[in-house]
Design a protein around this ligand. Structure first.
Ligand SMILES: [Zn+2]
Length: 203
């Protein structure tokens, strides 16, 4: 064995992070253990605190430290529109733009059968339940242009086929700047004004 068992375990844990291969994981682990034990302690306690305190809002799946997230707990937010986003980063981007006054639903991913991500993982049953609460009249999809996102848009649209709700899509998938999490507030605000209603007539 090249490293101690605990070091190997740390390297393997780091490799689970997106974009981190075995070489990067080895470099990170050894840097923390050899030269920056204080940084390692800080990282360890920040991670432990975050895992203890942060959970998904039971209503919209936004990451929060409270019983309900700030948006769901705010009676001044427009409960008739639910903006569906793929990640909490996207939700934060839209929220920063201050151009949207409705509520959110965070999927934490998009449909990807090859990775085992199905409708249950994305909370789509909960989304349909939330939409049936009576106050909701519009489901606004704010997803990007990846193939999986398109499939997700189609799937969600189908769920509301007979519901009488309006399903709209914000044209984030047409933005030149690409991913929603890289867009600035002005671009997000502009895209929100250009949302389109998705029709059911061709299904
Ligand atoms: Zn919430």
């Amino acid at each position: 064995m090249a490293f101690t068992p605990a070091t190997e375990k740390l390297i393997q844990a780091l490799q689970a992070l997106p974009g981190v291969g075995v070489r990067s994981a080895q470099r990170m682990a050894l840097q923390l253990l050899e030269r920056e034990p204080e940084t390692g302690q800080r990282l360890s306690s920040a991670l432990s605190d975050a895992l203890t305190l942060v959970h998904k809002c039971p209503q919209c799946r936004t990451l929060t430290e409270d019983d309900l997230c700030g948006v769901c707990a705010n009676p001044d937010r427009d409960a008739s529109v639910i903006c569906v986003v793929a990640s909490d980063v996207d939700r934060a981007g839209i929220e920063m733009s201050a151009a949207f006054q409705g509520r959110y639903f965070v999927l934490h991913g998009v449909l990807s059968p090859i990775d085992g991500i199905g409708p249950e993982t994305l909370g789509l049953v909960e989304l349909v339940e939330l939409a049936r609460s009576g106050e909701v009249s519009e489901i606004m999809l704010a997803l990007d242009d990846r193939l999986e996102s398109e499939a997700t848009v189609h799937f969600i649209k189908e769920q509301f086929k007979e519901s009488g709700l309006t399903v709209t899509r914000v044209p984030f998938h047409q933005m030149k700047s690409g991913a929603l999490d890289q867009a600035d507030s002005r671009v997000i605000e502009q895209a929100l004004t250009q949302k389109q209603t998705l029709g059911f007539e061709h299904d």
